[in-house]
Design a protein around this ligand. Structure first.
Ligand code: NOJ
Length: 547
């Protein structure tokens, strides 16, 4: 039965009691790859400023920038040598102030990446710390004697391969680094370190930044006794032990970390309307502890389940429900589909499911984070071996986990280098960049970009979708479905996570309503009821007819 062929978008206002970071949409920019303005092949702040209109047009509320601070770039900016400056590659502090002003002028927010767990080995703090055993900053980092035979203090491994301990010949002790040896871990048990990093946060908050995404929040405190991590029971015993062969129960997620997070939160709360986000890869039950007792911890501990779980309707449905069930009272959910450390969603789930993924991200309850380029369906770009620059890819070649493929330049247009730069970009573009880009998709009503924009528009205009309740309806080996609702409006979302057609017929209940948006857009505006047939790879957003 067909009625009206035009989709009706409800125009409602989001209830005022919700904060911007609850109903808003976050967009992650990897600064090296967004827009180059000075044609050195690397993106920069001035370039970024020229693309803000695009983000506003798309409906983005908040931009999070991966690190832009001075850094030797051993880990592309996650090795910071000055927390209060701007790397010359990205511009100047004036450029930053201008960008922040431009963001705010558009009613948007700006988040910075805070990397408090470790500094660069070139940071003056570390240079001092390593200069002598009695330097006042010696205890700012984690130094330890070797065992009696001179070997490393314990079995902790670096995420990027090899032991996490580096020998310092000059002072004849080891220092700990969870990541590269060029990224020594700070000792967060030292109150001077705490005060110094809170000062850094204050510096940026006073400038007006709207919050931070805190790098590896769960790593910040390690076991006081530095006990060995137990091996994963069934890990293959190979000569080369890898990070995942051990359970990092002593090197991460220590109870005392919550005091640190609370301190950070208290500082944020002394400013108006800021947000604290934590990067945390932990199982749900542990993840939710980062909200802190009575929500005095992170506002949003990043929820990476959609990014780490197999793309399987039953698993995803179970994960959504367990997450909803595990959330502490009054805490706010969030969802992430891709980031600069993992394969892009369109590569992980395949292009045919990429729209389903978008619909899931933008219709679940909780703040969505979009990774730049996902909105045009960018896929991981194959990088020839001799062009690999990511240290994770270089250090662990046998694992095939280089992060370069998901960090390639944004594809803007059909111009040279997809409009990203007039010069050779720091990472290559895909061969199809002339076809897959913003300019081409902007005017194509059926493009991925138009689909994202419609979804965002619908979400923003509907209180039910942006802040309403969530209840699961039904899941099987193909479908996942749920209701989003507030007092005025009810949406039914049905997503087919398989490539085959399916029927939606939950037991003892049925729904009717107008399709607000389908991934098969010719179906938009059609009326459906009872047993709803759904195509392979189709997602439906149905405005339920309560009458
Ligand atoms: C997490 C960041 O997202 C990643 O890019 C980085 O390599 C590590 N933390 C170390 O800072």
């Amino acid at each position: 039965m067909m009625e009206n062929m035009t989709a009706t978008f409800a125009v409602e206002t989001i209830p005022a009691q919700h904060k911007w970071w609850q109903h808003g949409i976050i967009y992650q920019v990897y600064p090296r790859s967004f827009q180059d303005s000075n044609n050195d092949g690397v993106g920069d702040l001035k370039g970024m400023a020229t693309r803000l209109d695009y983000l506003q047009w798309l409906g983005i509320d908040c931009v999070w920038l991966s690190p832009i601070f001075p850094s030797p770039m051993a880990d592309f900016g996650y090795d910071i040598s000055d927390y209060r400056g701007i790397h010359g590659l990205f511009g100047t502090m004036e450029d930053f102030d201008e960008l922040l002003g431009e963001v705010h002028q558009r009613g948007m927010k700006l988040l910075l990446d805070l990397v408090p767990n470790h500094t660069s080995d070139q940071h003056p703090w570390f240079l001092e710390s390593r200069s002598s055993k009695d330097n006042p900053k010696r205890d700012w980092y984690i130094w330890h004697d070797g065992k009696e035979d001179g070997s490393v203090p314990n079995n902790w491994l670096s995420v990027f391969g090899g032991t996490a301990w580096e020998w310092d010949e000059h002072t004849r002790q080891y220092y700990y680094h969870a990541f590269l040896k060029e990224q020594p871990d700070l000792n967060w048990r030292n109150p001077e370190v705490q005060a110094a990093m809170l000062d850094v946060m204050r510096f940026w908050l006073e400038k007006g930044v709207d919050g931070f995404r805190v790098d590896v929040m769960w790593h910040m405190i390690k076991d006081f006794q530095l006990r060995d991590n137990p091996p994963v029971p069934d890990a293959a015993i190979t000569e080369k032990r890898l990070y995942d062969d051990f359970m990092p129960v002593y090197s991460t997620d220590q109870p005392e970390v919550h005091q640190i997070v609370r301190m950070m939160r208290q500082l944020m709360d002394s400013f108006e309307d800021r947000v604290l986000i934590g990067e945390i890869y932990l199982p749900i039950q542990k993840l939710v502890t980062y909200y802190g007792e009575n929500n005095t911890g992170a506002h949003l501990p990043f929820n990476f389940q959609l990014l780490t779980l197999p793309w399987n309707s039953l698993e995803i449905a179970a994960a959504v429900d367990s997450y909803e069930g595990a959330l502490p009272v009054d805490s706010w959910p969030n969802w992430v589909l891709s980031n600069h450390d993992k394969p892009r969603v369109a590569s992980r789930v395949g292009p045919s499911q990429a729209r389903i993924a978008a619909m899931l991200l933008l219709t679940l309850r909780g703040t969505p984070t979009i990774y730049y380029g996902d909105e045009i369906g960018m896929t991981d770009v194959p990088i020839p071996v001799d062009e690999i620059v990511d240290p994770q890819g270089l250090n662990l070649p046998e694992l095939n986990i280089s992060r370069d493929p998901s960090r390639t330049p944004m594809q803007w247009s059909q111009e040279l280098n997809a409009g990203f730069s007039r010069n050779k970009p720091w990472l290559r573009l895909p061969y199809n960049a002339g076809r897959v880009n913003v300019e081409r998709q902007k005017d194509d009503a059926y493009s991925m970009l138009s689909f994202y924009r419609k979804l965002i528009d619908i979400r923003k205009k509907s209180a039910a979708l942006s802040v309403g309740s969530y209840s699961p309806v039904y899941a099987d080996t193909q479908l996942i479905s749920y209701i989003r609702q507030d007092s005025d409006e009810t949406f039914l979302v049905i997503l087919n996570m398989s490539h085959r057609p399916a029927y939606f017929r939950p037991q003892n209940t049925s729904y009717k309503g107008l399709i607000t948006l389908s991934t098969d857009e010719e179906r938009n505006g059609m009326y459906v009821q009872d047993v709803i047939s759904i195509a392979g790879d189709e997602g439906l957003l149905i405005r339920v007819d309560n009458g």
